[in-house]
Design a protein around this ligand. Structure first.
Ligand code: AMP
Length: 491
Protein backbone atom coordinates (compact mmCIF):
# COMPACT_ATOMS: atom_id res chain seq x y z
CA UNK A 1 0.00 0.00 0.00
CA UNK A 2 1.01 3.62 -0.42
CA UNK A 3 0.80 6.16 2.36
CA UNK A 4 0.24 9.67 1.04
CA UNK A 5 0.37 12.45 3.57
CA UNK A 6 1.07 16.11 4.24
CA UNK A 7 2.11 17.55 7.57
CA UNK A 8 1.67 21.10 8.86
CA UNK A 9 2.94 22.89 11.91
CA UNK A 10 0.08 24.63 13.81
CA UNK A 11 -0.16 26.73 16.94
CA UNK A 12 -3.40 25.10 18.08
CA UNK A 13 -6.02 22.66 16.80
CA UNK A 14 -9.13 24.85 17.15
CA UNK A 15 -9.51 25.75 13.43
CA UNK A 16 -9.15 22.13 12.36
CA UNK A 17 -11.58 20.94 15.05
CA UNK A 18 -14.14 23.48 13.79
CA UNK A 19 -13.79 22.22 10.20
CA UNK A 20 -14.04 18.61 11.33
CA UNK A 21 -17.24 19.38 13.20
CA UNK A 22 -18.68 21.12 10.09
CA UNK A 23 -17.73 18.16 7.90
CA UNK A 24 -19.25 15.75 10.41
CA UNK A 25 -15.94 13.90 10.65
CA UNK A 26 -15.85 11.06 13.18
CA UNK A 27 -13.34 11.79 15.96
CA UNK A 28 -11.47 8.86 17.49
CA UNK A 29 -10.37 8.75 21.11
CA UNK A 30 -7.05 10.48 21.81
CA UNK A 31 -4.19 7.98 22.07
CA UNK A 32 -0.68 8.13 23.48
CA UNK A 33 1.84 6.75 21.01
CA UNK A 34 5.52 5.98 21.43
CA UNK A 35 7.43 5.30 18.19
CA UNK A 36 10.75 3.54 18.74
CA UNK A 37 12.94 4.00 15.66
CA UNK A 38 15.76 1.72 14.56
CA UNK A 39 18.62 1.97 12.14
CA UNK A 40 19.63 -0.93 9.87
CA UNK A 41 22.85 -2.92 10.29
CA UNK A 42 23.81 -2.48 6.61
CA UNK A 43 22.73 1.07 5.83
CA UNK A 44 21.87 4.38 7.45
CA UNK A 45 18.11 4.96 7.17
CA UNK A 46 18.68 8.69 7.74
CA UNK A 47 20.59 8.73 4.44
CA UNK A 48 18.43 6.25 2.48
CA UNK A 49 15.26 8.02 3.60
CA UNK A 50 13.68 4.85 4.98
CA UNK A 51 12.17 4.31 8.42
CA UNK A 52 11.71 1.27 10.62
CA UNK A 53 9.92 1.49 13.92
CA UNK A 54 8.06 -0.22 16.71
CA UNK A 55 4.90 1.71 17.52
CA UNK A 56 3.42 1.20 21.00
CA UNK A 57 -0.11 2.48 21.45
CA UNK A 58 -1.05 1.67 25.02
CA UNK A 59 -0.50 -2.10 25.11
CA UNK A 60 -0.87 -2.49 21.31
CA UNK A 61 2.35 -3.00 19.34
CA UNK A 62 2.99 -2.66 15.61
CA UNK A 63 6.11 -2.72 13.51
CA UNK A 64 6.26 -0.53 10.43
CA UNK A 65 8.68 -0.20 7.56
CA UNK A 66 8.45 2.93 5.39
CA UNK A 67 10.20 3.12 2.03
CA UNK A 68 11.97 6.22 0.62
CA UNK A 69 9.75 9.19 -0.25
CA UNK A 70 8.58 9.37 -3.83
CA UNK A 71 8.21 12.65 -5.73
CA UNK A 72 5.22 14.99 -5.52
CA UNK A 73 4.05 17.70 -3.16
CA UNK A 74 2.43 15.28 -0.75
CA UNK A 75 4.75 12.76 0.87
CA UNK A 76 4.22 9.34 -0.73
CA UNK A 77 5.96 6.17 0.37
CA UNK A 78 5.58 2.40 0.57
CA UNK A 79 4.37 1.25 3.97
CA UNK A 80 4.47 -2.27 5.36
CA UNK A 81 2.91 -2.63 8.77
CA UNK A 82 2.26 -5.63 10.92
CA UNK A 83 0.68 -6.13 14.35
CA UNK A 84 2.62 -7.85 17.12
CA UNK A 85 1.21 -9.51 20.21
CA UNK A 86 0.10 -6.86 22.72
CA UNK A 87 1.99 -6.02 25.92
CA UNK A 88 5.34 -4.72 27.09
CA UNK A 89 6.90 -8.19 27.06
CA UNK A 90 6.14 -8.74 23.35
CA UNK A 91 7.53 -5.27 22.54
CA UNK A 92 10.66 -6.02 24.55
CA UNK A 93 11.13 -9.40 22.83
CA UNK A 94 10.83 -7.80 19.43
CA UNK A 95 13.34 -5.10 20.37
CA UNK A 96 15.80 -7.76 21.50
CA UNK A 97 15.30 -9.62 18.22
CA UNK A 98 15.94 -6.44 16.23
CA UNK A 99 19.07 -5.65 18.28
CA UNK A 100 20.32 -9.26 17.96
CA UNK A 101 19.97 -8.88 14.17
CA UNK A 102 22.07 -5.71 14.26
CA UNK A 103 19.32 -3.06 14.24
CA UNK A 104 20.25 -0.04 16.38
CA UNK A 105 17.71 2.03 18.37
CA UNK A 106 18.02 5.69 17.35
CA UNK A 107 15.30 7.71 19.08
CA UNK A 108 11.83 7.57 20.54
CA UNK A 109 9.10 9.93 19.35
CA UNK A 110 6.22 10.33 21.79
CA UNK A 111 2.97 11.96 20.85
CA UNK A 112 -0.64 12.36 21.82
CA UNK A 113 -2.73 11.84 18.70
CA UNK A 114 -6.38 12.59 18.00
CA UNK A 115 -7.62 11.46 14.57
CA UNK A 116 -10.70 12.30 12.53
CA UNK A 117 -12.04 10.08 9.73
CA UNK A 118 -13.87 11.66 6.80
CA UNK A 119 -14.57 11.17 3.09
CA UNK A 120 -13.44 13.46 0.28
CA UNK A 121 -13.31 12.94 -3.50
CA UNK A 122 -14.11 9.24 -3.12
CA UNK A 123 -11.25 8.61 -0.64
CA UNK A 124 -11.21 7.83 3.08
CA UNK A 125 -9.06 10.54 4.68
CA UNK A 126 -7.66 10.84 8.12
CA UNK A 127 -6.69 14.12 9.81
CA UNK A 128 -4.47 13.63 12.86
CA UNK A 129 -3.80 16.29 15.47
CA UNK A 130 -0.42 15.47 17.00
CA UNK A 131 0.99 16.96 20.19
CA UNK A 132 4.59 15.78 19.87
CA UNK A 133 6.86 15.70 22.92
CA UNK A 134 9.56 18.40 22.64
CA UNK A 135 8.42 19.41 19.11
CA UNK A 136 4.97 20.99 19.41
CA UNK A 137 1.68 20.68 17.51
CA UNK A 138 1.18 19.35 14.00
CA UNK A 139 -1.67 18.27 11.75
CA UNK A 140 -1.24 15.37 9.33
CA UNK A 141 -3.65 14.68 6.49
CA UNK A 142 -3.35 11.18 5.15
CA UNK A 143 -4.71 8.72 2.58
CA UNK A 144 -3.67 5.08 2.33
CA UNK A 145 -4.31 3.75 -1.17
CA UNK A 146 -2.87 1.72 -4.06
CA UNK A 147 -0.36 2.85 -6.71
CA UNK A 148 -2.99 3.47 -9.43
CA UNK A 149 -4.83 6.00 -7.28
CA UNK A 150 -1.65 7.86 -6.30
CA UNK A 151 -2.07 11.00 -8.42
CA UNK A 152 -5.76 11.44 -7.64
CA UNK A 153 -5.14 10.91 -3.93
CA UNK A 154 -2.37 13.54 -3.94
CA UNK A 155 -4.74 16.02 -5.61
CA UNK A 156 -7.44 15.34 -3.03
CA UNK A 157 -5.00 15.87 -0.16
CA UNK A 158 -3.77 19.16 -1.64
CA UNK A 159 -7.32 20.38 -2.17
CA UNK A 160 -8.30 19.36 1.38
CA UNK A 161 -5.35 21.09 3.04
CA UNK A 162 -6.21 24.30 1.16
CA UNK A 163 -9.82 24.13 2.37
CA UNK A 164 -8.57 23.59 5.91
CA UNK A 165 -6.37 26.68 5.63
CA UNK A 166 -3.19 24.72 6.45
CA UNK A 167 -0.17 26.65 5.22
CA UNK A 168 3.00 25.88 7.25
CA UNK A 169 3.97 22.65 5.54
CA UNK A 170 6.60 20.55 7.34
CA UNK A 171 8.61 18.20 5.14
CA UNK A 172 10.67 16.54 7.84
CA UNK A 173 9.56 13.44 9.72
CA UNK A 174 9.14 13.64 13.50
CA UNK A 175 12.21 11.40 13.79
CA UNK A 176 14.34 13.84 11.77
CA UNK A 177 13.11 16.71 13.93
CA UNK A 178 13.77 14.85 17.19
CA UNK A 179 17.29 13.90 16.08
CA UNK A 180 17.93 17.49 15.02
CA UNK A 181 16.70 18.67 18.43
CA UNK A 182 19.18 16.66 20.51
CA UNK A 183 20.37 18.16 22.73
CA UNK A 184 18.07 21.17 23.33
CA UNK A 185 19.15 23.87 20.92
CA UNK A 186 19.84 26.26 23.76
CA UNK A 187 22.83 24.17 24.85
CA UNK A 188 26.39 24.65 23.69
CA UNK A 189 27.93 26.42 20.71
CA UNK A 190 26.68 25.51 17.19
CA UNK A 191 29.86 23.46 16.71
CA UNK A 192 29.32 21.54 19.95
CA UNK A 193 25.68 20.96 19.10
CA UNK A 194 26.59 19.60 15.68
CA UNK A 195 29.12 17.27 17.24
CA UNK A 196 26.66 15.99 19.83
CA UNK A 197 23.95 15.58 17.18
CA UNK A 198 26.36 13.68 14.99
CA UNK A 199 27.30 11.52 17.95
CA UNK A 200 23.67 10.87 18.80
CA UNK A 201 23.25 9.19 15.42
CA UNK A 202 25.99 6.74 16.29
CA UNK A 203 25.17 4.15 18.90
CA UNK A 204 27.29 2.26 21.39
CA UNK A 205 28.19 -1.36 20.84
CA UNK A 206 25.46 -3.51 22.35
CA UNK A 207 26.29 -6.95 23.70
CA UNK A 208 23.98 -9.52 25.19
CA UNK A 209 26.25 -12.51 25.82
CA UNK A 210 29.16 -12.96 28.21
CA UNK A 211 31.52 -14.04 25.39
CA UNK A 212 30.81 -10.99 23.18
CA UNK A 213 31.12 -8.69 26.18
CA UNK A 214 34.46 -10.16 27.23
CA UNK A 215 35.75 -9.75 23.65
CA UNK A 216 34.72 -6.08 23.56
CA UNK A 217 36.37 -5.45 26.96
CA UNK A 218 39.53 -7.33 25.91
CA UNK A 219 39.76 -5.15 22.77
CA UNK A 220 39.54 -1.98 24.90
CA UNK A 221 42.16 -3.34 27.30
CA UNK A 222 44.64 -4.04 24.50
CA UNK A 223 44.40 -0.32 23.70
CA UNK A 224 45.38 0.39 27.31
CA UNK A 225 41.95 1.76 28.22
CA UNK A 226 40.66 1.95 31.79
CA UNK A 227 37.17 0.48 32.07
CA UNK A 228 34.39 2.32 33.93
CA UNK A 229 31.16 0.46 34.71
CA UNK A 230 27.75 1.95 35.53
CA UNK A 231 25.39 -0.87 36.55
CA UNK A 232 21.70 -0.02 36.05
CA UNK A 233 18.28 -1.56 35.62
CA UNK A 234 17.54 0.78 32.72
CA UNK A 235 14.75 3.38 32.42
CA UNK A 236 17.67 5.77 32.51
CA UNK A 237 17.26 9.32 33.77
CA UNK A 238 19.49 12.25 34.70
CA UNK A 239 20.60 10.44 37.89
CA UNK A 240 22.06 7.58 35.84
CA UNK A 241 23.38 10.10 33.34
CA UNK A 242 25.40 11.87 36.04
CA UNK A 243 27.05 8.54 36.92
CA UNK A 244 27.85 8.00 33.23
CA UNK A 245 29.30 11.49 32.94
CA UNK A 246 31.56 10.91 35.95
CA UNK A 247 32.67 7.58 34.46
CA UNK A 248 33.30 9.35 31.12
CA UNK A 249 35.52 11.91 32.86
CA UNK A 250 37.46 9.39 34.90
CA UNK A 251 37.86 6.36 32.62
CA UNK A 252 38.48 5.69 28.92
CA UNK A 253 35.92 3.01 28.10
CA UNK A 254 32.47 3.44 29.63
CA UNK A 255 30.16 0.46 29.97
CA UNK A 256 26.52 0.74 31.04
CA UNK A 257 24.87 -2.52 32.02
CA UNK A 258 21.10 -2.65 31.70
CA UNK A 259 19.53 -5.60 33.45
CA UNK A 260 16.31 -5.78 35.44
CA UNK A 261 17.66 -8.24 38.00
CA UNK A 262 14.87 -10.59 38.99
CA UNK A 263 16.66 -11.93 42.09
CA UNK A 264 16.42 -8.56 43.84
CA UNK A 265 12.62 -8.36 43.48
CA UNK A 266 10.33 -9.97 46.04
CA UNK A 267 7.41 -12.12 44.83
CA UNK A 268 4.92 -9.26 45.32
CA UNK A 269 7.15 -6.52 43.90
CA UNK A 270 7.06 -4.74 40.55
CA UNK A 271 9.36 -6.97 38.42
CA UNK A 272 6.90 -7.43 35.55
CA UNK A 273 5.80 -3.79 35.39
CA UNK A 274 9.27 -2.27 35.92
CA UNK A 275 9.77 0.10 32.93
CA UNK A 276 12.00 -1.25 30.13
CA UNK A 277 12.38 1.53 27.52
CA UNK A 278 15.47 -0.11 26.06
CA UNK A 279 15.82 1.94 22.88
CA UNK A 280 15.35 5.26 24.69
CA UNK A 281 18.06 4.05 27.10
CA UNK A 282 20.42 3.30 24.21
CA UNK A 283 19.68 6.73 22.72
CA UNK A 284 20.63 8.33 26.07
CA UNK A 285 23.81 6.21 26.18
CA UNK A 286 24.62 7.32 22.63
CA UNK A 287 24.26 10.97 23.58
CA UNK A 288 26.42 10.42 26.67
CA UNK A 289 29.11 8.81 24.52
CA UNK A 290 28.92 5.39 26.19
CA UNK A 291 31.17 2.81 24.52
CA UNK A 292 29.36 -0.40 25.39
CA UNK A 293 25.87 -1.30 26.57
CA UNK A 294 25.69 -4.75 28.12
CA UNK A 295 22.11 -5.97 28.10
CA UNK A 296 22.07 -9.62 29.09
CA UNK A 297 18.88 -11.69 29.08
CA UNK A 298 17.70 -13.32 32.33
CA UNK A 299 18.86 -16.67 30.90
CA UNK A 300 22.39 -15.35 30.38
CA UNK A 301 22.63 -14.12 33.98
CA UNK A 302 20.70 -16.93 35.62
CA UNK A 303 20.80 -20.15 33.60
CA UNK A 304 18.55 -22.95 34.88
CA UNK A 305 21.53 -24.53 36.68
CA UNK A 306 22.31 -21.37 38.72
CA UNK A 307 22.95 -22.00 42.45
CA UNK A 308 25.38 -19.49 44.02
CA UNK A 309 24.41 -16.34 45.94
CA UNK A 310 26.37 -13.67 47.80
CA UNK A 311 25.20 -12.47 51.21
CA UNK A 312 26.50 -9.53 53.22
CA UNK A 313 25.34 -10.46 56.71
CA UNK A 314 23.71 -7.96 59.06
CA UNK A 315 23.85 -5.11 56.55
CA UNK A 316 21.44 -6.89 54.23
CA UNK A 317 18.56 -7.20 56.69
CA UNK A 318 18.26 -3.66 58.04
CA UNK A 319 16.65 -0.52 56.53
CA UNK A 320 15.33 -1.48 53.06
CA UNK A 321 16.39 -5.09 53.66
CA UNK A 322 13.83 -5.46 56.46
CA UNK A 323 10.87 -4.85 54.14
CA UNK A 324 12.53 -6.41 51.08
CA UNK A 325 13.80 -9.79 52.27
CA UNK A 326 16.39 -11.23 49.89
CA UNK A 327 16.71 -7.93 48.00
CA UNK A 328 20.36 -7.24 48.85
CA UNK A 329 21.31 -10.89 48.33
CA UNK A 330 20.08 -10.43 44.76
CA UNK A 331 21.88 -7.09 44.41
CA UNK A 332 25.22 -8.37 45.73
CA UNK A 333 25.01 -11.46 43.53
CA UNK A 334 24.25 -9.62 40.32
CA UNK A 335 26.85 -6.91 40.95
CA UNK A 336 29.57 -9.49 41.64
CA UNK A 337 28.59 -11.26 38.42
CA UNK A 338 28.81 -7.96 36.51
CA UNK A 339 32.23 -7.31 38.06
CA UNK A 340 33.39 -10.76 36.99
CA UNK A 341 32.03 -10.44 33.45
CA UNK A 342 33.23 -6.87 32.83
CA UNK A 343 36.23 -6.61 35.18
CA UNK A 344 35.97 -2.81 35.45
CA UNK A 345 38.71 -0.70 37.00
CA UNK A 346 36.09 1.60 38.54
CA UNK A 347 32.36 1.05 39.14
CA UNK A 348 29.96 3.94 39.71
CA UNK A 349 26.98 3.82 42.07
CA UNK A 350 24.55 6.46 43.32
CA UNK A 351 24.22 7.59 46.92
CA UNK A 352 20.50 7.41 46.14
CA UNK A 353 20.83 3.73 47.14
CA UNK A 354 23.14 4.39 50.09
CA UNK A 355 22.60 1.03 51.78
CA UNK A 356 23.36 -0.74 48.51
CA UNK A 357 26.55 1.31 48.09
CA UNK A 358 27.72 0.59 51.65
CA UNK A 359 26.97 -3.13 51.33
CA UNK A 360 28.83 -3.37 48.00
CA UNK A 361 31.84 -1.63 49.55
CA UNK A 362 31.78 -4.35 52.22
CA UNK A 363 31.47 -7.13 49.62
CA UNK A 364 34.37 -5.77 47.55
CA UNK A 365 36.55 -5.57 50.64
CA UNK A 366 35.56 -8.99 52.06
CA UNK A 367 35.95 -10.85 48.78
CA UNK A 368 39.02 -8.94 47.54
CA UNK A 369 37.32 -7.86 44.33
CA UNK A 370 39.82 -5.77 42.35
CA UNK A 371 37.57 -2.80 41.61
CA UNK A 372 37.36 0.76 42.90
CA UNK A 373 33.88 1.92 43.89
CA UNK A 374 32.80 5.51 43.42
CA UNK A 375 29.65 6.79 45.09
CA UNK A 376 28.07 9.74 43.25
CA UNK A 377 25.71 12.42 44.65
CA UNK A 378 21.93 12.15 44.44
CA UNK A 379 20.38 13.97 41.47
CA UNK A 380 17.07 15.60 42.35
CA UNK A 381 14.18 17.26 40.54
CA UNK A 382 13.89 21.02 41.09
CA UNK A 383 11.43 20.45 43.96
CA UNK A 384 13.81 18.08 45.75
CA UNK A 385 12.37 14.68 44.79
CA UNK A 386 15.24 12.27 44.10
CA UNK A 387 15.07 11.04 40.50
CA UNK A 388 14.06 7.40 40.25
CA UNK A 389 12.87 5.06 37.52
CA UNK A 390 9.91 4.32 39.80
CA UNK A 391 8.71 7.96 39.85
CA UNK A 392 6.76 7.19 36.64
CA UNK A 393 4.35 5.10 38.72
CA UNK A 394 3.20 8.20 40.63
CA UNK A 395 0.04 10.00 39.55
CA UNK A 396 0.16 13.81 39.55
CA UNK A 397 -1.24 14.09 43.09
CA UNK A 398 1.24 11.55 44.49
CA UNK A 399 4.08 13.20 42.59
CA UNK A 400 3.22 16.51 44.22
CA UNK A 401 3.19 15.01 47.73
CA UNK A 402 6.32 12.89 47.10
CA UNK A 403 8.51 15.90 47.89
CA UNK A 404 7.80 15.03 51.54
CA UNK A 405 10.75 12.61 51.52
CA UNK A 406 13.20 15.40 50.85
CA UNK A 407 11.36 17.79 53.15
CA UNK A 408 11.56 15.25 56.00
CA UNK A 409 15.32 14.89 55.44
CA UNK A 410 15.72 18.65 55.36
CA UNK A 411 13.74 18.92 58.58
CA UNK A 412 16.10 16.47 60.30
CA UNK A 413 19.12 18.26 58.94
CA UNK A 414 17.85 21.63 60.17
CA UNK A 415 17.30 20.24 63.68
CA UNK A 416 20.79 18.71 63.73
CA UNK A 417 22.11 22.08 62.59
CA UNK A 418 20.26 23.62 65.52
CA UNK A 419 22.06 21.24 67.91
CA UNK A 420 19.78 18.20 68.31
CA UNK A 421 21.87 15.03 68.82
CA UNK A 422 19.25 12.48 69.93
CA UNK A 423 17.94 10.29 67.10
CA UNK A 424 14.50 9.60 68.56
CA UNK A 425 12.98 13.14 68.44
CA UNK A 426 14.39 13.64 64.94
CA UNK A 427 12.76 10.44 63.69
CA UNK A 428 9.49 11.34 65.44
CA UNK A 429 9.39 14.79 63.78
CA UNK A 430 10.07 13.37 60.31
CA UNK A 431 7.44 10.65 60.76
CA UNK A 432 4.87 13.25 61.86
CA UNK A 433 5.54 15.32 58.73
CA UNK A 434 5.14 12.28 56.47
CA UNK A 435 2.06 11.00 58.34
CA UNK A 436 0.42 14.39 57.75
CA UNK A 437 0.94 14.10 53.99
CA UNK A 438 -2.04 12.81 51.94
CA UNK A 439 -1.40 9.38 50.41
CA UNK A 440 1.97 8.87 52.15
CA UNK A 441 2.66 5.83 54.33
CA UNK A 442 5.98 5.52 56.19
CA UNK A 443 7.88 2.27 55.71
CA UNK A 444 10.78 3.43 57.86
CA UNK A 445 12.65 6.52 59.00
CA UNK A 446 16.04 5.61 60.45
CA UNK A 447 19.28 7.16 61.58
CA UNK A 448 22.21 4.74 61.44
CA UNK A 449 25.96 4.93 61.51
CA UNK A 450 27.19 4.70 57.94
CA UNK A 451 29.95 2.24 58.86
CA UNK A 452 27.73 -0.55 60.19
CA UNK A 453 24.25 0.59 59.12
CA UNK A 454 23.02 -0.05 62.68
CA UNK A 455 20.60 2.33 64.46
CA UNK A 456 22.15 4.84 66.85
CA UNK A 457 20.58 6.70 69.73
CA UNK A 458 23.01 9.59 69.89
CA UNK A 459 24.40 11.15 66.73
CA UNK A 460 28.13 11.24 66.19
CA UNK A 461 30.52 10.82 63.25
CA UNK A 462 29.10 10.10 59.79
CA UNK A 463 25.43 9.25 60.08
CA UNK A 464 23.02 8.10 57.42
CA UNK A 465 19.49 9.43 57.64
CA UNK A 466 17.41 7.15 55.45
CA UNK A 467 13.73 6.74 54.80
CA UNK A 468 11.27 4.80 52.67
CA UNK A 469 7.72 5.94 52.02
CA UNK A 470 4.88 4.29 50.15
CA UNK A 471 2.54 6.18 47.85
CA UNK A 472 -0.09 3.56 47.00
CA UNK A 473 1.99 0.55 45.97
CA UNK A 474 4.97 2.69 44.92
CA UNK A 475 7.83 2.67 47.41
CA UNK A 476 10.20 5.65 47.29
CA UNK A 477 13.49 5.97 49.14
CA UNK A 478 15.80 8.86 49.91
CA UNK A 479 18.64 9.64 52.28
CA UNK A 480 21.18 12.14 53.48
CA UNK A 481 24.70 11.49 54.75
CA UNK A 482 25.49 13.91 57.53
CA UNK A 483 28.83 14.38 59.19
CA UNK A 484 27.73 15.50 62.62
CA UNK A 485 29.78 18.42 63.75
CA UNK A 486 29.94 19.95 60.33
CA UNK A 487 26.66 19.13 58.63
CA UNK A 488 26.75 18.59 54.88
CA UNK A 489 24.22 17.60 52.28
CA UNK A 490 26.28 15.47 49.94
CA UNK A 491 23.46 15.48 47.45
P1 AMP B 1 18.89 1.58 39.19
O1 AMP B 1 18.75 1.58 37.70
O2 AMP B 1 17.74 2.18 39.92
O3 AMP B 1 19.32 0.23 39.72
O4 AMP B 1 20.12 2.57 39.51
C1 AMP B 1 21.37 2.37 38.94
C2 AMP B 1 22.36 3.26 39.63
O5 AMP B 1 21.98 4.63 39.46
C3 AMP B 1 22.44 3.00 41.13
O6 AMP B 1 23.78 3.04 41.54
C4 AMP B 1 21.63 4.12 41.71
O7 AMP B 1 22.00 4.47 43.02
C5 AMP B 1 21.94 5.25 40.73
N1 AMP B 1 20.88 6.26 40.79
C6 AMP B 1 19.55 6.07 40.65
N2 AMP B 1 18.88 7.23 40.83
C7 AMP B 1 19.81 8.18 41.10
C8 AMP B 1 19.76 9.57 41.40
N3 AMP B 1 18.60 10.25 41.47
N4 AMP B 1 20.92 10.22 41.61
C9 AMP B 1 22.11 9.56 41.56
N5 AMP B 1 22.22 8.25 41.29
C10 AMP B 1 21.09 7.56 41.07
Amino acid sequence: MLEIEMKFSVSDFSALEQHMANWRATPQLAIEEADHYFNAPDRDFARTDEAFRLRCIGIQNRITYKGPKQGGLAKTRTEIELALEPGAEAADKWRRLAVALGYRPTAVVKKRRTCYDFQRGGFALQACCDEVESLGRFVEIEIVTNAEQKQRAQDVILQTTRELGLTSSEQRSYLEMVLANLPPLSLGTPGERREIQERSRLTPTITTTVADTRNAIAAARTQGKRIGLVPTMGALHAGHESLIQTARRETDFVVVSIFVNQTQFGPKEDLSRYPRPFDADVALCARANVDLVFQPTPEVMYPASFKTFVEVNEMQNVLCGAARLGHFRGVATVVLKLFNILQPDVAYFGQKDAQQARLLMQMVRDLDVPVELRICPIVRAADGLALSSRNVYLDSEQRRHATVLFRALELIRARIDAGERQAEPLIRAARALIDATPGARVDYVAIVDFGQLQPIERLQGEVLVALAVYFGTTRLIDNMLIDVGHVSNVS
